[in-house]
Design a protein around this ligand. Sequence first.
Ligand code: GAR
Length: 205
Amino acid sequence: MKKTSIAVLISGSGTNLQSIIDKMESGHLPVVVRCVISDRESALGLERARKHGISAYFVDPKPCGSRDAHEVAILEILDKHDVELVVLAGYMRLLTGRMIGRYRNRIINIHPALLPSFPGTDGYGDAWRYGVKVSGCTVHFVDEGCDTGPIILQRVNPIEPDDTFESFRERGLKIEHGVLPEAIRLYCEGRLRIEGRKVQILPKE
Ligand code: GAR
């Protein structure tokens, strides 16, 4: 199968990025990670990328002056690497219409809660403080809203009586590391069909 060129956008530790790289290198994911882009210079994920010989960029939002200008700079990098699919893996910025328009239905995001519950930047914290008994994570296509795009996959993470916030989050991250590559694989296999809000998963040929 032809490999899909992807870019991974991050803001932090990059454990989801690592799971993609590991599955790519072991031949379990038909992708080539062409570049990793971060809006934070200190993001550990940049180091992870470089260790694996992947082009890693810090695109500083400050000198850009606006979200739009920041995205122009990111789009230049995506163009340079001929990227087909953009994966947001812990990227903590809302995208504007510019980027979404250019990559319509070709940007996916992992969110650490069962959307539409607890959107935003602290899915684990918000779910934990609310006291839900079941949480989870969601992989979805990105649209103009905040975590509102059509849902590809969701996995549950039940909260046990003896959980601490750390044990809840740690288990959740492990689940994320499985479900994000799974969604990417479905995309690569051409098995995702968007019909309005719904994403149909087509059977394997
Ligand atoms: C993950 O839990 C991801 O779901 C979350 O950030 C974390 C990044 O971890 N994303 C969001 O909250 C997006 N709104 P990582 O850098 O170790 O992959």
